[in-house]
Design a protein around this ligand. Structure first.
Ligand SMILES: [Zn+2]
Ligand SMILES: [Zn+2]
Length: 319
């Protein structure tokens, strides 16, 4: 499985501001001026020598990830604004010819998880087949509502692609076999209006996508079915919107602190933990501080070699 993150911001898009851009570029210039690069150093060498926090931006697009299975099929996870770029990428292949087959899994229908769909170019190409999977029986109606007038000029059912909907139901068609050796299961999460996590398994490897969920010390202690669902994941992409302090002021808002996300990863014996759904008001600098604190926190939590990553747009993982 190959996983790519296209949108990692929570709640609403949060593009880099000019003030933040200037701060970042100032730090880059300061770093370069103090690091004695010879005149022969290439621009690529200089960029590679920068500390990681200066080499990237975390990105402002809302939740979207892709999983490419070992057979080469694409599965999209959530349709936040990051989906727009996924569409451009798919248009380099069969989707441009109207021969694309795209599978979309939706965790829930909050705007930040569906708002990219009206800007997904393959949706508008005749012949493309788009298969939506979700646990919500009224999924079609919800996507139709998002693109209804006067909120959007092109009605969902008027777009040229062929659409199919499968309602996922635990015990009925879940776990679902997607390919000979690829299976997906789901698990309900604590979040206003509900949300579901997905666990994909292929060739002994597992990837869990759990955005928009609120885990607390109490819920973690209860264990139960959560434990079985998340346990031993090779890769877990997990909501970690807030700092611990902020999570106390936003109890019941449906998101987890990065500190608690680390505790979850440790308890479930996850191998690679990716912190995502970043609070839109947090700057890159703040997210970087949070990342350092998360790493520090894991040192005191017997994390048993668990790798921790701060999600950023374009990040990839191979399992
Ligand atoms: Zn969200
Ligand atoms: Zn949500």
């Amino acid at each position: 499985m190959f996983i790519k993150l296209w949108g990692v911001r929570g709640s609403i898009t949060a593009p880099l501001s000019n003030t933040e851009y200037r701060q970042k570029i100032s730090r880059i210039i300061e770093h370069v001026l103090s690091s004695n690069h010879g005149k022969s150093a290439s621009v690529d060498d200089i960029i590679s020598s920068l500390p990681e926090k200066l080499r990237y931006v975390y990105g402002g697009n809302t939740t979207c990830a892709t999983l490419t299975s070992d057979s080469g099929k694409t599965y999209i996870l959530d349709c936040g604004s990051g989906l727009r770029a996924v569409g451009y990428d798919l248009m380099k292949g069969d989707c441009a010819k109207g021969k694309g087959e795209v599978n979309v899994f939706l965790t829930h229908n909050h705007w930040d998880h569906i708002q990219g769909l009206p800007f997904f170019t393959p949706l508008y190409i005749q012949g493309n087949k788009i298969h939506f999977y979700s646990p919500y029986p009224n999924q079609h109606e919800l996507l139709r509502a998002q693109m209804s007038a006067p909120f959007f000029p092109a009605p969902f059912d008027g777009t040229a692609s062929e659409k199919r909907f499968t309602t996922l139901e635990k015990g009925k068609n879940m776990p679902l076999k997607l390919e000979k050796d690829l299976e997906v299961d789901m698990h309900p999460l604590k979040h206003p209006n509900g949300c579901y996590a997905y666990r994909f398994r292929q060739k002994g490897k597992s990837f869990v996508f759990a955005t928009d969920c609120e885990f607390t010390g109490e819920s973690l202690e209860l264990g139960g079915p959560e434990m079985d669902f998340f346990r031993d994941a090779d890769l877990l992409v997990l909501d970690s919107q807030y700092t611990l302090d902020e999570s106390f002021t936003k109890f019941d808002w449906g998101h987890t602190s990065f500190t608690m996300a680390v505790n979850c990863g440790v308890r479930w014996k996850v191998k690679n933990l990716v912190l995502t759904h970043h609070e839109p008001s947090y700057s890159d600098e703040k997210l970087n501080e949070n990342y350092m604190e998360a790493l520090e926190h894991s040192k005191y939590n017997d994390s048993d070699g668990m790798n921790i990553y701060m999600a950023r747009e374009g990040m990839t993982f191979s399992l």
